[in-house]
Design a protein around this ligand. Structure first.
Ligand SMILES: [Fe+2]
Ligand SMILES: [Fe+2]
Length: 203
């Protein structure tokens, strides 16, 4: 859409919600591509693979619980962002294989040697990729597309927490060194205090 274009009355092929962010300088096609890549990373690269990682943390109840929080919150991120793709006039691929191939982060594969330290390393690096990709969405939308920015910032809040959790756990498990995350357990598994609009534990 050219900058001077204005959605005509009754026209359902165009969206004012897109027109206004385009007019403020958002490359909407690029944004949709990034959101699809991020949604795929949440659903496929993390939610699906974290299921396997959590299973293989058998015997470490604390690690299992924290992995589960991160897993369910990543699914909440998929749920939060997917409707936004459609609002912008985009869609997720019809074929889940195509969707998984577009993921903006590597799959969080179970390591060949699935020790707790190796699994925590995979979890940590997956969270780091998420921080980078959601930060890019924040950067692209800041001051221009408040709705996408708000969603991406909520997700980013949780990704930053996830990184801190896995730094704390990996640091102690692998290096026997205290590096606190400031974490205390979520109220419910996968509570998602930012991305689900719930109150959060804040003593
Ligand atoms: Fe996530
Ligand atoms: Fe995460």
């Amino acid at each position: 859409m050219a900058k001077q274009d204005v959605v005509k009355a009754g026209d359902v092929n165009q969206r004012v919600g897109v027109e206004v962010i385009h007019a403020r300088g958002v490359d909407v096609e690029k944004l949709i591509k990034m959101l699809v890549a991020n949604a795929a990373a949440e659903f496929a690269s993390t939610y699906y693979y974290y299921t396997i990682l959590r299973m293989n943390l058998a015997g470490h109840e604390d690690y299992k619980e924290i992995c589960e929080d991160a897993r369910l919150e990543d699914r909440a991120h998929f749920e939060l962002i997917t409707p936004r793709i459609y609002e912008l006039g985009g869609s997720i691929p019809k074929d889940i294989r195509d969707f998984a191939d577009r993921a903006g982060c590597p799959d969080a594969y179970l390591p060949d040697s699935p020790t707790a330290a190796n699994i925590l390393t995979v979890l940590l690096e997956a969270e780091r990729c998420a921080i980078r990709t959601w930060s890019e969405v924040c950067e692209l939308t800041f001051g221009k597309d408040p709705r996408t920015y708000d969603m991406a910032a909520r997700i980013l809040n949780e990704e930053v927490e996830h990184e801190a959790w896995f730094i704390e756990l990996l640091s102690m498990e692998r290096d026997n060194k205290v590096r606190p995350s400031g974490h205390f357990r979520r109220g419910e598994p996968g509570d998602a205090p930012y991305s689900k609009n719930r109150g959060f534990y804040n003593p």
